[in-house]
Design a protein around this ligand. Structure first.
Ligand code: BGC
Ligand code: NOJ
Length: 689
């Protein structure tokens, strides 16, 4: 906590009856501080590596000389018997990391890197008597010197920062104390929502791993992982807004900051940079804007924040557009522009224009009308492409109503009425032009041809509009929702999860774009995109089918599928972005674990839709939708400074419906537990029936 370092605390114990002689080698390989240069500017960067050795500490000071005031170091808390800092020398010609020369010959060379590839390796020779144990603390740290000292002695690093940091973690007991502190921090976070149910997978994923992954997506967005390297991705506008749905209950104050950061990248017309870089907070110009779902995700994020915290002051925060202070407006106005963006970008069927793409980045329906080399235009039906998205229509109904509710809460009746009218019209447009007979259409392409229709040769049904339209309540009363979800089950389901579309595209189509560039079964072309499986599960809870909702939950739940790790292949405790679909050669194989919206949406699904704890403006609403055999369960939820102990009983094994709730022994009317000022604990019993 509060230290820029990674600690490896190593204990070696001799459990045999013979004396052991051990040579221990550490190894880290340094990056050269510039994500882009590191990957492509070898003519420069293979001449800039510099290190310095001081006792057991190896300093990596590359790039220090020019403009930086930072350096890193790798150290161990005992005297060393050798070191290496040149990768080539340590490994030896032609060797990989598996058999470095230095390790094979038990002898570091004492190499000093100058250019090429700087590493840090310590060699420690030790002997262990039977039963004897020795401990080592390795610290990999990062330091910044004060700005005013930056130019003091160019090329010479000041080591006091490193010395101070190392002094904090010099002994095994100090390392243990730091680890205990870290545990305490995570216990604090993870105790904000816990469940005790009869299902060990739900308990394990909800109480630990799903929420942990939500924090990882908060910290990294899409900016650095094994699958997103360099600066290609960064912070996604839509991605970060959705991530927030999964971490807002854990760190509401940080969620507030994040919302303001994201909103500051929005343009005046409500559209947004699709991505921005986390350090500069500037939008990626090469990707730009034009993903027409982006604006609406800001409403989703802010609504979630308001319901979690009740902190309406955020709506008055004055936030720039495009990070230009002269263009600043209150956050509420940003939300209004988000909402208006859809209203002013409608196509011939009165459905939202898709722009470059909607949630599905690869559904590029305006390729067709684009001349080679001509920029995308998304300015309106008369001026540009006319491809329309039923998915955005569903989103607009859902989040347009959220916006109306926010306006209602804050007394902006003018905006509220406008939003209610517009969502009503959109609802009607979906019924008029977005229904295909057995399911919701996906889109219209630039020539107004249907996409995701039974009339199509391939790609007849897509998952996204089925999930979002039903989550928005579209077609529930009309009996369409059930049909749409039955079609999903019939046409898109597999034992490993629900595919994004069927039948897969077997060739490249210019009017569809990147989606058809993938081989059948992978990614957006009929892969199981885990991110939108929870949408279908939540949609099932909207119509009360808890058995099916949970079946969907279990299919992609990492803990539930640990026994097929040979097929699934990613970590059995982390959600992955995609699992190969039925058409793929390796059906069931997952890719891109960690940084995916799957984490947040799955947590929303299990915590709010299935277990049924829904933060609302005036309190916590309890409305579970579970399998009939799920049994009773107990939840502990921290909310607005109080702790809720919630026991859910389900004597008749119903899938949905609450017949009574008592709070501290008193029956309440309805299923919303109102916030009572000053109360710190709520003891709640919920009876389903
Ligand atoms: C991938 C998408 C991703 C996009 C990001 C595409 O190649 O298929 O999943 O969102 O790149 O730019
Ligand atoms: C991954 C991207 O990060 C996300 O923004 C997008 O919605 C999905 N891919 C689907 O294309």
């Amino acid at each position: 906590m509060d230290a820029a370092c990674e600690i490896n605390h190593l204990k070696l114990k001799n459990t045999s009856s013979a004396k052991k002689q051990i040579s221990l080698f550490s190894y880290v390989e340094f990056c050269l501080w510039n994500a882009i240069d590191d990957m492509n500017n070898f003519q420069r960067n293979l001449s800039i590596g510099e290190v310095e050795i001081e006792g057991s500490t190896i300093y990596h000071k590359t790039e220090y000389r020019e403009r930086r005031n930072h350096y890193s170091f790798f150290s161990v808390n005992v005297p060393v018997d050798g070191f290496d800092t040149s990768r080539d020398v340590f490994l030896g010609a032609g060797n990989g990391n598996a058999i470095p020369d230095a390790v094979r010959e038990k002898k570091c060379r004492g190499s000093v890197a100058s250019g090429w590839y700087p590493i840090a390796s310590h060699q420690i020779n030790l002997s262990l008597a039977p039963g004897e144990e020795k401990e080592f603390v390795f610290v990999l740290g990062y330091c910044e010197n004060p700005e005013e000292e930056k130019w003091e002695s160019p090329g010479v690093i000041r080591k006091d920062g490193a010395h101070a940091l190392l002094a904090r973690f010099a002994t095994p007991r100090q390392a243990e104390a730091a680890f205990a502190q870290l545990n305490e921090y995570w216990d604090g976070l993870l105790s904000r929502f816990t469940v005790e149910s009869g299902n060990e997978h739900v308990n394990r994923m909800v109480n630990i791993w799903n929420q942990y992954q939500c924090m990882v997506t908060f910290n990294m967005s899409r900016s650095a992982s094994y699958y997103e390297s360099g600066t290609g991705r960064g912070m996604g506008f839509r991605d970060s807004c959705q991530d927030l749905l999964g971490f807002v209950h854990l760190i509401p104050e940080r969620a507030r900051e994040r919302i303001l950061d994201i909103a500051a990248t929005q343009f005046e017309d409500g559209s947004a940079y699709h991505q921005y870089q986390p350090l500069t907070k500037k939008g990626n110009l090469d990707i730009g804007s034009g993903f027409n779902d982006d604006p609406l995700w800001l409403i989703a994020a802010v609504a979630a924040y308001l319901k979690e915290t009740g902190d309406f002051s955020i709506l008055d925060e004055v936030v720039p557009f495009d990070n230009r202070p002269e263009l600043a407006q209150p956050l509420l106005e940003h939300l209004y522009r988000s909402f208006r963006y859809t209203c002013t970008h409608l196509g011939p069927h009165k459905l939202p224009l898709i722009g470059r793409a909607d949630w599905n980045d690869c559904l590029n329906l305006n390729c067709f009308s684009k001349e080679p080399g001509e920029p995308f235009q998304t300015t309106g039906p008369s001026e540009g492409p006319v491809a329309e998205s039923v998915f955005i229509a569903g989103m607009f109904v859902k989040y347009g109503r959220e916006f109306a509710e926010i306006c209602h809460q804050t007394g902006r009746t003018d905006y509220e009425e406008e939003a209610l009218r517009a969502t009503e019209q959109m609802y009607q447009s979906v019924l008029d032009a977005g229904w295909d007979g057995e399911w919701f259409l996906r889109a219209y392409d630039a020539s107004s041809e249907k996409i995701g229709s039974k009339e199509c040769r391939e790609g007849q049904i897509y998952i996204e509009p089925q999930g979002f339209c039903v989550m928005a309540g579209i077609g529930v009363e009309e009996g369409l929702a059930e049909k749409a979800l039955d079609s999903v089950k019939e046409r898109l389901d597999t034992k490993y999860g629900i595919m994004i579309l069927q039948p897969a595209y077997t060739q490249y189509y210019l009017n569809l774009g990147e989606i058809s560039s993938y081989p059948p079964g992978y990614k957006e072309n009929a892969g199981i995109f885990c991110h939108n499986n929870p949408w279908i599960s939540i949609a099932e809870t909207v119509i009360g089918r808890g058995d099916r909702a949970f079946e969907i939950y279990e299919k992609t739940c990492p803990s539930c599928i640990e026994h097929i790790s040979e097929i699934h292949r990613t970590e059995p405790y982390v959600y992955s972005q995609m699992i190969a679909g039925a058409d793929a050669f390796y059906h069931g194989e997952a890719k891109n674990s960690w940084l995916t919206g799957t984490a947040a949406w799955t947590f929303v699904n299990i915590s709010q839709a299935i277990l049924g704890v829904q933060p609302d403006y005036d309190g916590l609403r309890i409305d579970p939708c579970v399998p009939s055999s799920f049994g009773s369960f107990r939840l502990i939820r921290k909310f607005r400074g109080s702790t809720y102990y919630i026991d859910v009983e389900n004597p008749d094994g119903v899938q949905k419906g609450v017949s009574g709730i008592s709070v501290d022994g008193k029956e309440i009317a309805g299923n919303l537990i109102p916030v009572e000022a000053g109360k710190t604990e709520y003891h709640v019993t919920v009876r389903m029936g």
